[in-house]
Ligand binder design. Structure first.
Ligand code: TRP
Length: 325
């Protein structure tokens, strides 16, 4: 019998979950439950590198918990938790930082991007990749499903694990990235990549009317209904593809290329497919989101499961480096 492989990923509670989060991370993560044992967590320590409003951290944490619950995360067989409920991760962060060259962190994109944009670079942001490595290594993770933007962090995580193992003897599992490419291509309202920082998001569980309005508002060029259009370069079509099966995509692409189909009609179809996939989950979400006690219950159970693994791995690490236990 082969041992079950474990996948782990985290998501930062820094805003209301949007369609980009759903298609890029949440939907594939939920699907992965079918083949791997999964650990998913809310990266609230990471959010502290930028978030400055305490009540919002709590709200966004509940938004995410209700989102995963509504979309079918199986809490009995898998583990869902809040990062800060397992503070052991900060101890591993320290230990890893002692085998990580400063030069490695100097090359990290995340803080460099912030500094080019003139944003504050605090030490949390600078150390972000070490905390992320600790998130992953603390749970003997085999695979990490993430968007392409996280590839560098995963390479750094592997470097740290290998460096640790070479220095102190094997104790850490060296993980592999499972890169989800869609994230980069999910267009927002203005056609750029959907991202909170571009202010172009479509909230995942917006009420049906708001969702429809948002889709209808997506920017396009000004081609007339009759003109032929290219499904491969159109943002609305890209979004449609995320919610339609292959047959539906092929049929519509054909009509689109010939001409006679306008943006209004495509948007309406896009909305209908989207809504068909999300409507039932949206209802579950609304009920769950109104019940913080239930959400805390989910997080508590997850915390207990996560802690059991974390303690075991941390004991192994402490032993290797010679800390008293
Ligand atoms: N940095 C990730 C992001 O911004 C979130 C994250 C934190 C994460 N820790 C992680 C993802 C560990 C995967 C594994 O999307």
């Amino acid at each position: 019998m082969t041992a079950t492989l474990r996948s782990l990923s985290g998501i930062k509670p820094t805003g209301t979950p949007h369609l980009g989060n759903y298609l890029g991370m949440i939907r594939p993560a939920i699907k992965l439950q079918e083949i791997h044992e999964t650990f998913y967590f809310i990266a609230d320590y990471h959010a502290l590198t930028t978030l400055r409003e305490a009540p919002l951290l709590q709200e966004y944490t509940y938004d995410l918990t209700a989102t995963f619950a509504a979309l079918g995360m199986d809490f009995n067989h898998h583990t869902f938790y809040r990062q800060s409920d397992v503070p052991e991760v900060t101890e591993l962060t320290w230990i890893l930082s002692c085998v990580t060259g400063k030069g490695l962190l100097d090359r990290a994109h995340a803080f460099k991007d912030a500094s080019t944009k003139g944003q504050e670079v605090n030490m949390g942001l600078y150390n972000y990749p070490v905390l992320m490595a600790a998130d992953i290594l603390l749970y003997d993770t085999n695979f990490v499903p993430v968007g392409k933007d996280q590839q560098q962090h995963l390479e750094m995580t592997r470097d740290m694990a290998i460096r640790f193992n070479n220095t102190f003897g094997d104790a850490l599992v060296v993980p592999e990235a499972l890169i989800e490419d869609k994230m980069a291509t999910i267009p927002g309202l203005d056609g750029q990549k959907m991202s909170k920082s571009y202010n172009n998001i479509i909230p995942l569980f917006a009420p049906e009317k708001t969702l429809r309005k948002a889709v209808m508002k997506m920017q396009t060029d000004s081609k007339t209904v009759e003109e032929p259009k290219d499904p491969d370069t159109c943002g609305v079509f890209a979004l449609f593809r995320c919610f339609a099966n292959e047959g539906e995509q092929a049929a519509l692409a054909e009509r689109y290329r010939i001409g006679g189909m306008g943006y209004g009609e495509l948007k309406q179809l896009c909305f209908e497919h989207m809504n068909a996939e999300l409507a039932a989950a949206r209802e579950r979400y609304d009920t769950l989101r109104a019940n913080p006690e239930q959400l805390e219950g989910i997080l508590e159970a997850g915390r207990d499961k996560a802690k059991r693994v974390a303690r075991e791995v941390l004991a192994r690490v402490r032993n290797r480096v010679g800390l008293y236990q």
